[in-house]
Design a protein around this ligand. Structure first.
Ligand SMILES: *Cc1c(COP(=O)(O)O)cnc(C)c1O
Length: 348
């Protein structure tokens, strides 16, 4: 049985959190002489530390009660808070499926937590037999599952994710940064069923707010209670909270952009597939495609010379490039440059 009280770090359980001025008085009317703010100006007041208004809006958008929502300064802050809440430095471990998002490993290293990297199979899917031997390890506290996965772009099978959540006595974090591009139900509808599940999403990708740094976690109110103790009191700024509110109110615009990106994804995948120097275009449930080439570094550098920047993933997947879907013009520039290189190679 999963028991949060056994898995939360003892120092976090005992922690008396910082109590901010806005904790002790949270009303919006009155003469505020409590937080040493400058009384003049537009941005002079500290923001709501619990981002209540934003969470109400997110609650309607994502169909998750506001009390089950936590906001971080990007998902990257949520990842770090997971380590600080659950893992004893120098002792505990985390597990993920590689190749995947690099921040899980970096955050583990910063927190002095050992990361177990279980390789995905040739189709970038989880091989459940390879995880099972680790699940009984008492020091394994966190499992990160990225779905759709970065950099491969594919969704993991929901039955496999469900099995891992059910079998593991620690915390499973499902990172759904790209879920708005996928035809799949979010695991955030299952947080009632699974007390050890944390689902992460972000405003950085489909919602177009990467510069605002707002990441979401959906989980039990008990886990959120601990996260609130750990986070810096004003971790999401007022301008960033406002950017999210505005963006949520423009739902039609976001929907149209996602549709445009998805139709471009199909066109770009198709066009790339016809270019001789591209050996394979992997299927994608996200706003990027992974391609296998005959020489990723050569192609990467050729593109950089033509002011087209893609991500060279050769260090993690042999000769692979990850290409984000841009506007039709940007995508055409990429396709034209790659066709140009393919022609040059033939004439050599
Ligand atoms: C981009 C990305 C994030 C987003 O991180 P933010 O800090 O919210 O911008 C999270 N997880 C994955 C897998 C990503 O690719």
């Amino acid at each position: 049985m999963f028991d949060l009280e056994n898995i939360i770090r003892p120092n976090i359980k005992l922690l008396t959190p910082y109590s901010s001025a806005r904790d002790e008085f949270s009303g919006s009317e009155g003469i505020f002489l409590d937080a040493n703010e400058n009384p003049y100006g537009m941005m002079n007041r500290y923001p709501d530390p619990y981002q209540r208004e934003v969470k109400e809006a997110i609650s309607k958008l994502k169909k998750v009660p506001a009390e089950n929502i936590f906001l971080g300064n990007g998902s990257d802050e949520v990842i770090d808070i997971c380590f600080r809440a659950f893992c004893e430095p120098g002792k505990d471990k985390a597990l993920t499926f590689t190749p995947t998002y690099g921040m899980y490993g970096v955050s583990a290293a910063i927190n002095d937590v050992k990361m177990i990297n279980v390789p995905l199979n040739d189709h970038f899917m989880i091989d459940i037999d390879k995880v099972e031997p680790y699940l009984d390890d008492k020091n394994l506290k966190l499992i990160f599952i990225c779905s759709p996965n970065n950099p491969s772009g594919n969704l993991m099978r929901p039955e496999v994710i469900g099995n891992i959540i059910e079998e593991f006595k620690g915390i499973v974090i499902v990172d759904e940064a790209y879920i708005d591009f996928a035809k799949a139900e979010s695991f955030n509808q299952k947080i009632d069923k699974y007390p050890n599940l944390i689902v992460m999403q972000t405003f950085s990708k489909a919602y177009g707010l990467a510069s605002a740094r707002v990441g979401m976690a959906f989980t039990s109110k008990e886990i959120i209670g601990y996260f609130n103790k750990i986070k810096p009191p004003y971790n999401v700024s007022k301008p960033n909270q406002e950017a999210v509110m505005t963006r949520i109110s423009e739902a039609e615009g976001t929907k149209k952009e996602i549709e445009a990106i998805l139709s471009e994804r199909e066109r770009v995948a198709d066009e790339l597939g016809k270019i001789r120097i591209i050996e394979r275009v992997y299927p994608s449930d996200a706003n990027f495609v992974l391609v296998k080439t005959d020489d990723a570094t050569l192609i990467y550098e050729y593109l950089v010379d033509r002011r087209v920047i893609v991500r060279n993933r050769h260090s993690v997947i042999n000769n692979a490039l990850r290409v984000t879907i841009g506007t039709p013009r940007e995508n055409n520039a990429l396709i034209a440059a790659l066709n140009g290189l393919a022609d040059e190679m033939i004439s050599r």
